[in-house]
Write a protein that binds this ligand. Structure first.
Ligand code: KIV
Ligand code: ZN
Length: 514
């Protein structure tokens, strides 16, 4: 059976989502999980963008041996040198260089004519070929480029050594049947195309990223670039889980194989959501909380009689256990360890001890502990950036007829400080107290509360989005007490803001590069 190569760019295009900033440890956690999931190629970052990006790519390339690690580089020698330096110790490293090919980008962004740009692309690939035979060239904004010109560019870069040519729908402008036609055209009109793998990279501005990628596959593309949960620039990228499960579910129309072990999809989705702070919408295909929830009585009755009446995917295929209750207050350390491993976390003994202490505290307050509760604990306890601010104490008074008040103690750089405030509600009061303690100038853009699982004892999962001086970050917090969860989320966002500000000049230039 023919194979579709899964190229994951969660750590590069996904990390370009507004407000997302992962540190090296967080990137490694996601990278290990993607290796376990079985992706073929992992785009680890854009090394020239910042020392942090460079270090993240280098650590991933060194550590992950079961997949190809690639790094992005503009069609410039300095970028390619830096990318190669970051990935050279990888198992089968790939240089991914790109240049725009649409007239609109050539005229306004690159200020080059078509021939000059073609020459730049050819030279960049020829330069990369000094380091490796594994080279991908992306024609940025391909879907708005003149197709005959694009064929000339692809022919030149393949002659120069490109082994993968990527056709991005950079601005999410394509419509599936037309996108498929473009892919077929390029395959039929590029004389040496058989020497390269044709790849696609779609953005979701019109909500068509997965449909476009699948249409491309039906027309000859054999690599799909995608991200977990579809995160990425603006409206995001093609969602990996959607492509993989579509191909698997509709083998009658798409008789292709992928290397993905689909049983790890849910764990990967949760990990990425937790670490990036990008909440998965409940109705998201495949990995949303409601993706397998049957609300109507007719549907429930049908599924009970025969699952396939209303379910096209067996939830176990993506790693959702049938009996969702996993642990309770009588569960021991071993059970927690095994469940963590099932969820895809590889923790040291000391880390498991820390999670176990938090688990026991949670299980005392909450009868049933679900996988998503455990994932939230890991994110809270282990997988976060070094905290400058930590919550030490929170007391709130609220109710009808009294003015809500919060007293908060926070450790700031190791020193405990406390403050009390009144507010419109207890969360408002607690946030005011925190803001005074850490002297933040950030603006709250968004505040959302979700219930992690069902029941009134469910953990509340809070996401807080903050803005300061052009930096936008999202923080997460979880606790059965939603005021505590909110303060944790607020502090997490403030810690992320500190992290982003510390890396800001490089980070900003990295995001501006494209
Ligand atoms: O969207 C895009 O064009 C990209 C390329 C760099 C592949 O992300
Ligand atoms: Zn992109």
């Amino acid at each position: 059976m023919e194979r579709i190569i899964i190229f994951d760019t969660t750590l590069r295009d996904g990390e370009q989502s507004p407000g997302v900033s992962l540190n090296v440890e967080e990137k490694l956690q996601i990278g290990r999980q993607l290796e376990k999931l079985g992706v073929d190629v992992l785009e680890a970052g854009f090394p020239v963008a910042s020392p942090g990006d460079f270090e993240g790519v280098r650590r991933l390339a060194r550590e992950l041996r079961g997949l190809q690690v690639t790094a992005l580089a503009r069609a410039r020698k300095a970028d390619i040198d830096t990318a190669w330096e970051a990935i050279r110790e990888g198992a089968d490293p790939r240089i991914h260089t790109f240049l725009a090919t649409s007239d609109i980008h050539l005229k306004y962004k690159l200020k080059k004519n078509r021939d000059e740009a073609l020459e730049m692309a050819r030279e960049a690939v020829a330069y990369a070929a000094r380091f490796t035979k594994n080279i991908e060239f992306s024609a940025e904004d391909a879907s708005r480029s003149d197709l005959d010109y694009l064929c000339r560019v692809f022919e030149a870069v393949i002659d120069a050594g490109a082994t993968t040519v990527n056709f991005p729908d950079t601005v999410g402008y394509a419509i599936p049947h037309d996108f498929g036609r473009m892919i077929r055209y390029v395959i039929e009109h590029t004389p040496n195309i058989h020497k390269a793998v044709v790849s696609v990279h779609c953005h979701n501005d019109l909500g068509l990223a997965t449909a476009n990628a699948l249409s491309a596959v039906s027309n000859g593309a054999r690599q799909v670039e995608c991200t977990v949960n579809g995160i990425g620039e603006r409206a995001g990228n093609t969602a990996m889980e959607e492509v993989v499960m579509s191909v698997r579910t509709r083998q009658d129309l798409m008789p292709y194989a992928t290397s993905i072990d689909t049983r790890h999809i849910m764990a990967t989705s949760r990990l990425v959501s937790m670490l990036t702070g990008m909440v998965v919408q409940p109705n998201k295909a495949i990995v949303g909380a409601n993706a397998f929830a049957h609300e109507s009585g007719i549907h429930q009755d049908g599924v009970l009689k025969e699952r396939t009446t209303y379910e096209i995917i067996d939830p176990r295929d993506i790693g959702l256990s049938e009996g969702r209750l996993v642990l309770g207050k009588h569960s021991g350390r071993h059970a927690v360890k095994v469940k963590l491993e099932e969820l895809g976390y590889r923790l040291s003994d000391e880390e498991i001890d820390r999670v176990f202490v938090r688990f026991k505290a949670l299980a005392d307050r909450k009868k049933e502990v679900y996988p998503e509760d455990l994932a939230a604990l890991v994110a809270e306890e282990i997988l976060r950036i070094p905290d400058r601010y930590r919550l030490k104490y929170l007391h709130v008074a609220g109710g009808s007829g009294i003015r809500p008040t919060a007293t908060v103690a926070v450790e700031v750089d190791g020193e405990e400080v406390s403050h009390a405030c009144m507010g419109a509600g207890p969360i408002d009061a607690a946030f005011r107290a925190v803001a005074t303690l850490v002297r933040t100038e950030s603006r709250l853009l968004k505040f959302t509360v979700n219930s992690i699982s069902g029941g009134t004892d469910a953990q509340g999962e809070v996401a807080v989005r903050l803005e300061e001086a052009g930096h936008v970050v999202t923080g997460h917090g979880a606790d059965p007490d939603i005021i505590t969860a909110s303060v944790r989320a607020y502090l997490n966002a403030l810690n992320r803001l500190e992290h982003v500000k510390a890396n800001s000049p490089d980070k900003a230039s990295g995001k501006m590069c494209k």
